[in-house]
Design a protein around this ligand. Structure first.
Ligand SMILES: [Mg+2]
Length: 214
């Protein structure tokens, strides 16, 4: 029996957010309140009175090799790997030139997984997930599928695809409470779809997934 876990990387396993925040603090000599996260990653109005650059124009070429893991992420992956039948697939949006840095970063952080797939920025992850699901479902007996992403639109896309073929015993989509997700849309999906859940913090997110798979 196979259990597939699709995990996003930025914002689920690696701390993209605090890396970008510290970059802004250094460049603009500004201190954000503790725990600050912007409402959007354009960062256009996050430092009062200052015209600021987009993060993509500020980061070095090898930025995906410089991230730290989120608290509990490595431990979570290790626990996942101990569960029989679990297949860990990372699905991350990154352009081709930077993919090698991401792989290097994950290796240096001792985060081990079975496979990694890349999509382009703003490209839906749902088509890829559907292809992979079909591949696995054709060849193995897939009992459970879980998809995890911090961006609401990725969760919505995957939920929409799955309406048509939930062939396995358990299918869940999880996200985490983030200011850059639209609360109204989030609440309406939560009401409409019992396969979707937004967890308040990483600890609860990781515990929930482990409970589902054990
Ligand atoms: Mg993400």
């Amino acid at each position: 029996m196979m259990k597939i876990v699709y995990l996003d990387v930025d914002g689920i396993l690696l701390d993209f957010n605090s890396y970008i925040i510290s970059l802004y603090e250094e460049k603009y000599n500004y201190k954000f309140p503790k725990g600050y996260l912007p409402g959007s990653w354009g960062m256009t109005d996050c430092i009062p009175g200052k015209e600021i650059a987009h993060w993509k124009d500020m980061v070095p070429e090898d930025w995906p090799s410089l991230l730290k893991s989120l608290p509990g992420a490595r431990d979570f992956i290790e626990k996942l790997r101990d569960i029989e039948g679990v297949h860990i697939i990372l699905v991350t949006a990154l352009n081709q030139k930077k993919q090698i840095y991401r792989i290097k970063n994950l290796r240096e952080l001792d985060i081990y997984y079975d496979e990694i797939f890349f999509t382009g920025y703003k490209q839906s992850k749902a088509n890829l997930i559907e292809e992979l699901n079909d591949r696995f479902i054709d060849r193995y007996s897939v009992e459970k599928i879980i998809f995890v992403d911090d961006k609401l639109y990725n969760c919505v896309d995957v939920l929409n695809k799955f309406e048509f073929y939930p062939k396995c015993k358990l299918f869940k989509v999880y996200s985490i409470d983030m200011p850059y997700n639209d609360k109204e849309i989030e609440n309406s999906i939560l009401k409409a779809n019992n396969k979707f859940k937004v967890l308040p913090n990483y600890n609860e997110l990781f515990e929930t997934i482990l409970k589902d798979l054990n």
